[in-house]
Design a protein around this ligand. Sequence first.
Ligand code: BTN
Length: 259
Amino acid sequence: MPNASPLSVADIAAALGALAPRFDVDVLAECDSTNARLLERAEAGAPAGTVIVAERQTAGRGRLGRVWFSAPGDSLTFSLLWRFPHGTSLGGLSLAVGVVLVETVAALGLRDVAVKWPNDVLRDGRKLAGVLIELVPGAHTAAVIGIGLNLRLPATLPEDLIRQTAAIDNHLPRSELLARLLAALHAVLTAFASGGFDALRQRWLARCAHLEQAVRVVSQFAMPVEGRCIGVDADGALLVETPAGIQRILSGDVSLRLP
Ligand code: BTN
């Protein structure tokens, strides 16, 4: 059965090769949320590179207080703790993680994959993966990076979600996929630590779903903004050109503006 291969710490370490000592991976059969569990361990002093991957989450967390649904075996749900040098600005970190995801799935041969600001990965315009970054309280340069990647569309998905959701549908064993993602995260987070998001900005723009398109950005805290998406700045803020000038947007949901 595609993608239902069991997650195994030994297989993940073997696939990581020389990078294996940089990670401490824990595979859980079930937990509420890998982000919640890892935040707890981070506060207790867990080192950078600690990873929790769960076969099943009972209370997966999404952006903006949303719930993240995933069925066992149909997705890869994991969190990685990363500790950045003191003083590192974490602006744009979720976009940097988007670069890892989109480039990794593109390398598997998936076509029409793109990043959607701020931190979704799309396949054929439907959501393939999401990222939720939570800062470790009291340690402002430590972040728990939570990733949910759809491997297969579950049969039981609600009707509205089926239309909006995509999956990898690839036979790569999940342990191998996780190892590839961790290796790519290691490289990108190292680049981020020294150069910030600016070091990755062109790679993000090369995969941007909405660049030069008419968009509408809706946010909980401000009036909707409509205009032309002209990119992102060095901190990962979305830049939208409107009749009133260029708007710099820090939070919201982007959609294509239909004529
Ligand atoms: C989003 O697009 O809203 C972000 C979804 C992030 C989901 C992942 S699954 C693993 C990790 N643990 C969580 O509780 N959430 C993230």
